[in-house]
Design a protein around this ligand. Structure first.
Ligand SMILES: Cc1cc2nc3c(=O)[nH]c(=O)nc-3n(C[C@H](O)[C@H](O)[C@H](O)COP(=O)(O)OP(=O)(O)OC[C@H]3O[C@@H](n4cnc5c(N)ncnc54)[C@H](O)[C@@H]3O)c2cc1C
Length: 488
């Protein structure tokens, strides 16, 4: 397969105008490649440093040199808003390559949709053990413990997402969670969601197994992990990606499929002020996750998963062993705090002080005891615990656009937060951006500005559970209230 790269002129600065999206006019005719799974170490070292950045804009270069790369929120903000827009003016390559930075649900579905349209992509992800991001599973050996430590289950309401779920069901990647799931009031009163509730889906071998399976059959999508893309540079008409100074390839289009501090840093000096500004509007919650294994079943428990009401240190408890049908012992539980508790006890997630971890662990286990209505100090001692802070857990606001795309900078964003706070939103956003980029690449003759999307939308607050939204799943209380209202 030959890859022809057309030499491109240097970019120049110009303001953006926005029009509505054009319909695709010509089909893509792109050749195929075989899928390879590589880690960063085995990536080919290419020629990132050979181009002269000052050819873009000498003033821009000068300003970048004079300001030290800072990581404080203030300096990131300042950099984001001061940077000038990069504009690619020449045609994209004949065989375009898209870099997707983030291998969570959104990035993976984006790659799948690019593939369906004949476009090659490379997904970069930080995951050491696998893909998935917040679709994560922790395996603890040699004890054989399994914990879903972010997404617990999902519902499917949107017809596009239902299609994916049907496909995953067919392939045996997911199945319905038939165990008792509902709401738990302080004192141990559990109410199961009624049988009329929408099906609750789980991945058969833990949530991460779904993420790891999605691109296995792909021919046009490469996966590179673990890899933390730390720099994006627009040079000579291509995006050059690097990881701590090591080149990770050059691409026609980039996709930011992650959010939070990491994305803000990456975008702060990229030449994408509009994209950076949209990302900066995102507000995220923090959630503590406590993984705990017990030798014996927890007393009084008659459910597999429960949204906990009325306790600040606890918003969810789920029994992974029962859910995944692992049976036997130990019993692996995932406990999540509320977002309010996460905020109160927020610390740097990569460096949790011992005093905080001890306080939070004790607080959450006490929450479990109170939720189950157990006498003080009677909760069995876990044989294993692991505490984790999801510092950028769930979006608290959304612009409610399926994706963001800056055609001048050839850069897009997908992710749950653009539509909601769940796997369904992430998948739909990934699909939307994949198709949008394919439309853009297919319409090389069209005015690029027609492809600008989501660059000026304002976010509004998001409602939902502390651990996200579950489309179609109504709170037991709300449902009873609605039924009582109907009887009047
Ligand atoms: C505690 C918790 C519980 C949840 N429970 C549920 C639930 O039960 N049901 C549900 O539907 N949803 C749930 N969610 C929400 C759901 O997990 C997310 O909506 C969804 O997984 C988001 O997918 P995403 O692709 O947008 O982002 P992510 O999953 O966050 O993926 C982004 C990926 O990008 C990677 N990355 C970041 N920076 C870089 C970089 N510079 N270079 C390379 N890679 C990078 C990250 O490591 C990550 O793998 C929960 C979330 C949390 C935190």
């Amino acid at each position: 397969m030959a890859t022809s790269l057309i030499p491109l002129s240097s970019s120049f600065l110009q303001p953006l105008k926005f029009k509505t999206l054009a319909k695709p006019r010509t089909p893509l005719n792109l050749s195929t490649t075989r899928k390879t799974i590589t880690t960063c170490d085995s990536q080919n070292k290419n020629t990132e440093a050979s181009s002269n950045p000052s050819s873009r804009n000498p003033n821009f270069q000068k300003r970048r040199k004079s300001s030290k790369y800072g990581t404080s929120r203030r300096s990131i903000l300042k950099k984001s808003f001061l940077q000038e827009q990069v504009t690619f003016t020449a045609r994209v390559s004949e065989d375009p390559q898209v870099a997707i930075i983030g291998g969570g649900m959104a990035g993976l579905v984006c790659a799948l949709n690019l593939e369906a349209r004949g476009v090659k992509s490379t997904v970069f992800d930080t995951g050491i053990h696998g893909l998935g991001g917040r679709l994560g599973t922790r395996f603890v050996e040699p004890q054989g413990l399994v914990f879903d430590h972010a997404a617990q289950f999902f519902t499917a309401d949107d017809s596009r997402f239902i299609q994916y779920v049907d496909g995953w069901l067919e392939k045996g990647l997911v199945r319905e969670w038939k165990g008792a799931v509902g709401e738990l009031e302080v004192g141990g009163s559990f109410t199961q969601f009624p049988s009329s509730s929408p099906p609750k889906y789980i991945a058969v071998n833990g949530m991460r197994s779904l993420a790891d399976s999605l691109l296995l059959e792909s021919r046009l999508a490469n996966v590179v992990r673990p890899c933390w893309i730390s720099k994006l540079e627009p040079l000579n008409g291509m995006w050059h990606l690097s990881e701590n100074g090591t080149p990770r390839g050059q691409f026609d289009v980039i996709v930011i499929a992650h959010n939070g501090k990491c994305a803000n840093r990456l975008l702060s000096a990229s030449g994408l002020p509009l994209v950076a500004k949209q990302m900066k509007k995102l507000d995220l919650s923090s959630i503590w996750a406590l993984l705990a294994a017990f030798n014996d079943p927890l007393p009084t428990v008659n459910f597999e998963g429960a949204f906990v009401k009325g306790i600040e240190s606890l918003s969810w408890m789920g029994n992974n062993s029962a859910k995944l049908g692992n049976g036997g012992t130990p019993h692996c539980w995932t406990f999540f705090s509320t977002a309010a508790y996460g905020k109160q006890n927020k610390v740097p997630q990569e460096n949790i002080p011992t005093v905080t971890s001890e306080k939070v662990r004790a607080g959450m286990l006490q929450g479990v005891e109170i939720a189950l209505g157990l006498p003080e100090g009677s909760l069995p001692k876990p044989v294993y615990t692991r505490l984790q802070l999801w510092g950028a857990a769930l979006p608290k606001n959304t612009p409610a656009v399926p994706c963001i795309f800056d055609p001048q900078g050839r850069a897009g964003i997908c992710g749950d937060w653009l539509l909601g706070s769940n796997l369904e939103s992430a998948a739909i956003s990934g699909e939307a951006l994949g198709n949008h980029i394919a439309d853009y690449l297919q319409n090389s003759e069209a005015d690029p500005e027609e492809f600008a999307i989501g660059l000026h939308d304002w976010p509004s607050p998001l409602a939902g559970h502390d651990i996200g939204q579950f489309p179609g799943l109504t709170s037991v209380g709300e449902k009873q209230e609605a039924e009582a209202y109907q009887l009047l």
